[in-house]
Design a protein around this ligand. Structure first.
Ligand SMILES: [Mn+2]
Length: 298
């Protein structure tokens, strides 16, 4: 038994997505039956480079318009389309008995994860790793109207029960839930997925999404969390593609990066990241403002 993989990116995250997929193929290629990459306004060149990673496995979907099912929530998602594509992407991949694994672009697969193919998920929609920010969960659960104590997962690595998700029409339920109360969803689609299943999800060991707060990782702390992990998730604004990243597993990331076509690229300067992030946030507000007034922006 194998599993399928999907991810989503735009041109800004091509490099990280490429390195993530390379690390997956380096460690788990025999376990993967296909990889679907959803590229929002992706260039021809970037698409070809993804396909070159594994021509027999990689299917690039170049999207320049929102899938119709996401149209009702356009006003909410126009500034983070790749993130929100997750809700509907499983419907755009042929569903069968194999599971479907979503992986964030800021992850590295550092061990064979083939055992996920045979994981017992009962009738759960998802398997995932509990989110690290336990101290914040009571407030998050209150915001989402979920009972206190409901386990909340990090959506950076999610194993979908593919057949169940598609046959159950869960993408439409997710869109309806988003439409019902969009301002509750501060953590975007992660909040949607957690609300959909209210704690009924299969626990994966932390090693399948080893992450910690950026307060911890920005000084290089928490090395014990990442040593020997199957999947390392570099949460926070400083990524290992940034010059000033001090993440304890930074060198693991850069070792994989050095094996890709992005090896020779200079790391991003801190000031460039700050300018980029501020622009992205400002532009996002503007896009959502316009979309709320019915203007078609992408
Ligand atoms: Mn992430």
């Amino acid at each position: 038994m194998k599993f399928k993989v999907f991810c989503a990116t735009d041109e800004n995250y091509v490099e990280m997505t490429h390195v993530m997929l390379h690390s997956l193929l380096a460690n788990s290629r025999p376990a993967v039956s296909r990889i679907d990459l959803f590229g929002w306004h992706l260039s021809e060149g970037s698409a070809r480079a993804f396909e070159a990673l594994a021509p027999d496995l990689v299917h690039v979907h170049r999207l320049n318009d929102l899938p119709a099912v996401l149209e009702p929530i356009r006003f909410r998602i126009v500034d983070m389309v790749p993130t929100w594509l997750r809700l509907v992407a499983p419907d755009m991949i042929p569903a069968d008995e194999e599971k479907l694994l979503y992986i964030d672009c800021d992850c590295i697969i550092d061990r064979d994860i083939g055992e996920l193919a045979a994981l017992d998920m009962d009738d759960d929609l998802f398997a995932a790793v509990a989110d690290f920010a336990e101290a914040k969960h009571p407030a998050w659960l209150q915001r989402l109207g979920l009972p206190q104590g409901t386990p909340y997962f990090n959506a950076g690595v999610m194993l979908f029960n593919h057949r169940l998700y598609v046959d159950g029409g869960w993408s439409r339920k997710a869109v309806a839930l988003t439409l019902a109360d969009p301002d509750r969803l501060k953590l975007h689609d992660q909040d949607v997925f957690n609300t959909l299943v209210t704690g009924d999800w299969t626990r994966l060991p932390p090693s399948f999404n080893a992450h910690a707060s950026s307060a911890k990782t920005k000084h290089g702390d928490g090395a014990e969390l990442f040593a020997g992990a199957h999947i390392i998730h570099y949460v926070g604004k400083r990524k290992p593609t940034d010059e000033d990243c001090l993440h304890a597993a930074r060198d693991v990331y850069r070792r994989y990066r050095a094996e890709t076509v992005h090896a020779g690229r200079p790391l991003r300067k801190a000031w460039k990241r700050e300018v980029f992030n501020h622009l992205r946030i400002a532009l996002g507000k503007l896009k959502r403002f316009a979309a709320r007034r019915g203007l078609r922006v992408t």
